[in-house]
Ligand binder design. Structure first.
Ligand SMILES: CC(C)(COP(=O)(O)OP(=O)(O)OC[C@H]1O[C@@H](n2cnc3c(N)ncnc32)[C@H](O)[C@@H]1OP(=O)(O)O)[C@@H](O)C(=O)NCCC(=O)NCCS
Length: 213
């Protein structure tokens, strides 16, 4: 199942839009700038909400899946996963209810196995992937997980960075693991999820995410 992880993003991540810096050209412009009404604030990105995946989400999730992975799971796999009590699947939504990303995991004994994380290619760079990963880790710990694992393509730098940020380390390499291009899989583990240091890190990242919409 986790071969789902094998597929890298097919479209580049987007960067959040930023306003260009404007500087008055001379003193008069400076004065005018002081007296002018403040420019309208740039629109903030829409708030991201997370909720458990439902059967009725699967059609949309499958469409996203085909845009995010070159060897997508079929929709029946998601239907099975949503009904699996050892699994947890979550979707990220915009305020209008549009699904912008999804992620899933299994908890087996004290191990959290992350099976997938994907964000709509046009919504990347909004910390949706990070929120999804954090939600899996938190739910996994609630269910008794003490460590977590996943596999990722060796050249999937974006996902690898995300996992490194959340304390995962490269532990093993599965050579020629992926059937389409024989790319290696990196097996990553986060082994110290119950440590004070790890918990502090999660709290810190969670607080930062709360400040970003
Ligand atoms: C991996 C993926 C889920 C990240 O989603 P995202 O919402 O764009 O990522 P976020 O905005 O939450 O970024 C979180 C972290 O990811 C990493 N990251 C995100 N975009 C990056 C980029 N363009 N370059 C390098 N690292 C990047 C960074 O570590 C970032 O944290 P930082 O900015 O504090 O350093 C998304 O790229 C995706 O769906 N990829 C296709 C499917 C896939 O490969 N899934 C993983 C399979 S193992």
């Amino acid at each position: 199942m986790t071969e789902l992880f094998s597929e890298p993003a097919t479209e580049p991540a987007t960067e959040p839009a930023t306003e260009p810096a404007t500087e008055p050209a001379n003193e008069l412009a400076d004065e005018l700038a002081d007296e002018s009404p403040a420019p309208p604030a740039s629109p903030s990105p829409p708030a991201v909400a997370l909720r458990p995946m439902r059967l009725e989400d699967i059609e949309h999730v499958s469409r996203l899946e085909r845009r995010c992975y070159t060897l997508p799971w079929n929709s029946s796999a998601y239907a099975t996963e949503v009904g699996n009590p050892s699994a947890y699947y979550v979707v990220a939504t915009d305020p209008d209810g549009t699904i912008t990303g999804y992620a899933g995991m299994w908890v087996i004994m004290d191990e959290l196995h992350i099976t997938t994380i994907a964000v709509d290619p046009v919504q990347r760079g909004r910390r949706i992937g990070e929120r999804l990963l954090l939600s899996l880790i938190e739910e996994g710990m609630t269910r008794g997980a003490e460590r977590a694992t996943l596999e990722v393509r060796e050249r999937n730098t974006v996902a690898h960075n995300l996992y490194l940020k959340y304390g995962f380390e490269d532990v093993a390499v599965r050579k020629n693991y992926y059937s389409d291009n024989h790319e290696n899989a990196l097996i990553m583990w986060a082994n110290d999820m119950l440590s004070a240091g790890y918990q502090d890190m999660l709290r810190d990242y969670k607080a930062r995410l709360a400040g970003t919409g």
